[in-house]
Design a protein around this ligand. Structure first.
Ligand SMILES: CC1=C(CCC(=O)O)c2cc3nc(cc4[nH]c(cc5[nH]c(cc1n2)c(C)c5CCC(=O)O)c(CCC(=O)O)c4C)C(CCC(=O)O)=C3C
Ligand SMILES: [Fe+2]
Length: 301
């Protein structure tokens, strides 16, 4: 399962309305989102083809690890077609009786993965499918190794400044109320960050939030722009961002980091680079496939 993205520029309004649980955005909100997509996509929404490639790569990895024809991958998206319910219904139509679900994000929050799982389970129940839902895989050794390699390779891009780079691990902010709910999201993100830093041999790093929504309620902070501002006051010149809550090239990376945060840093005389996203990286696929095979044991598949 993955977040989903519009089919085309005309599809942005319906997509945004779905994210807002049926409440259409104001003209201003719609224009704001449309202009962000316009600056990255030019009519092509990268997340769509990217998710397709991830599903194909995961299928190949499962075939290799478990044997050809043992597992079949279906795709279900949170806010776009094929929706999560469509994916589960497609399984049922093929006669599938047992399934494992996994989300293309490594850490669990009741407000992120929890929402995917609830919908998948409800639909699976309707069709009499037994479903084992994977909640997180944020410390899988293959995932940590893949991220650590990318952090090291990215820091090398700073050339002779490489000794003076601060690594900023980041993830999508969520409303602050998740902390009172004892949600594991912040801790799991720190655990991923710590493990990657350790394996990459990084001592100078911080964690920061990004891409918070504007809903009136308080979101988890500090936001990456605040963090960059404080770092600039401390004289930091080189920042390397590793958004470890995301795995793909999409709006929050291609706009919020590559355009917005990079410009904000440049205005403060700082250089900002970011990790290459995992997309269909083979170690990432192995991390998911092994997690899936582990969950399948629970179903005695
Ligand atoms: C935790 C989390 C992840 C990571 C985990 C996961 O992947 O599931 C994630 C990923 C993504 N979020 C995405 C896009 C958007 N998210 C929005 C709004 C929101 N995100 C939220 C949370 C998350 N979002 C929340 C709490 C809201 C507020 C509304 C609500 O309460 O639900 C909005 C509305 C406008 C805006 O605020 O920008 C957009 C356009 C895209 C696709 C980008 C593309 O198309 O390339 C991706 C991968
Ligand atoms: Fe989002």
């Amino acid at each position: 399962m993955s977040y989903g993205t519009p089919e085309n520029m005309e599809g942005i309004e319906a997509y945004y309305t779905h994210i807002r649980r049926g409440h259409p955005p104001t003209a201003e909100q719609l224009e704001d989102l449309t202009s962000r997509y316009r600056s990255i996509v030019g009519g092509v929404f990268p997340l769509r083809a990217n998710t397709n490639r991830q599903v194909e790569a995961l299928q190949r990895t499962l075939d290799e690890l478990a044997g050809e024809g043992r597992y079949k991958c279906y795709q279900g998206l949170k806010h776009a077609a094929p929706f999560i319910e469509d994916g589960v219904a497609a399984m049922a139509a093929d006669g599938i009786k047992e399934a494992v679900s996994i989300v293309l994000t490594p850490q669990y929050s009741s407000m992120s993965v929890g929402g995917y799982v609830k919908r998948a389970k409800e639909e699976a129940e309707k069709h009499g499918i037994r479903l084992a839902a994977i909640e997180s895989y944020h410390l899988h050794p293959e995932l940590i190794s893949a991220l650590a390699k990318r952090v090291k390779a990215g820091i090398d891009r700073f050339g002779e400044d490489r000794e003076n780079v601060l690594v900023l691990f980041s993830a999508h902010s969520l409303p602050e109320k998740i902390v009172e709910m004892k949600d594991p999201y912040p801790e799991q993100l720190l655990e991923t960050s710590r493990a990657v830093a350790e394996q990459a041999g990084i001592s100078r790093w911080q964690f920061t939030w990004q891409s918070a929504g504007q809903t009136g309620q308080k979101w988890l902070g500090p936001d990456i722009l605040e963090t960059i501002d404080s770092l600039s006051r401390e004289g930091v010149k080189n920042v390397f961002v590793a958004p470890v809550g995301f795995v793909s090239d999409h709006l929050e990376v291609l706009y919020d980091l590559d355009i917005e945060a990079r410009k904000f840093a440049a205005e403060r005389g700082m250089r900002l680079e970011r990790i290459e996203m995992l997309n269909n990286d083979s170690q990432y696929m192995k991390a998911m496939a092994e997690t899936i095979l582990g969950a399948a044991v629970v179903l005695k598949l």
